[in-house]
Design a protein around this ligand. Sequence first.
Ligand code: PMV
Length: 302
Amino acid sequence: MNAVGSGSAPGKVILLGEHSVVFGQPAIAASIARRMEIVVRRQDGAKPHPDPKVAAALEFAAKERDLDPRGLALEIHSEIPPACGLGSSAALSLALVRAIADLAGADLVGDDARVRASRVEDVFHGTASGVDVATSASGGVILFERSTPPRIERLRPAAPVDLVIASSGDPRSTAGPVGKLRARNAERPALYGKLFRLAGEIVSDGRIALEQGDWSGLGSLMDIAQGVLNGFGVSTPTLERMIAVARGAGALGAKLSGAGGGGVIVALAPANAPEVEAALRGAGFEAFVTRIGDSKEVGNAR
Ligand code: PMV
């Protein structure tokens, strides 16, 4: 038992397959080089965290380790912007589980961190597919499929490749667009079932393109995926504008990433990421470059 525990975890970006992953189709996602770090300290008279969801997550994670959450103070240092589709709540859940385990002097073995963090993430989202936590826990690029237990396969891109991520600045919740699509699907299950299967095929083809280094093929698949996401009703005029800017600046493909309804876009730019980033910034959006498929990526470090 320690007086202080710490843990960290990276954010993530979904390359292909958001939303359809909730309905059992595969998705491809990658961790990004932006992390969340949490320090938990035993402290008499510690005040509950001001964000009620974070306080609830701490309570849940502490009780699972038979710790009294009332004597615990939480410090969060995050490089991941919140509520924009870059996996901040998954990273928080995972960093919290690691920090609490550190505090309790307990080991997290095998898949334990992911499983526990998925339960914590349910405090935030209710019925997340689990892709965010799985990506953050594995690190690198993965193919994820929701099942019991989930299928998590590490992918090896043919070479490291640059993505540009840009934020619309419009906050969003994951639950909003997910709930909207669930309602649409309940109304027309045959139609949406076809779209979900198409989205799944795009992911399967995307995996091959990624592993073969066929960047123009992968870019086209990202563009087509954006068309399907539009069909799901989760894009916005601002996201469409950003996607047009990225493509106009030479990105090989661009799409929204995460739940949509605001949040971020991701653009594939293997040869000209700085130009694409500059064009998005010039249009007034925050943007940064992240490289995926680098063997140095680590997701499971404490
Ligand atoms: O929370 P976000 O924006 O990263 O969205 C997660 C991806 C979804 O497929 C939309 C939801 C889920 O639980 O998989």
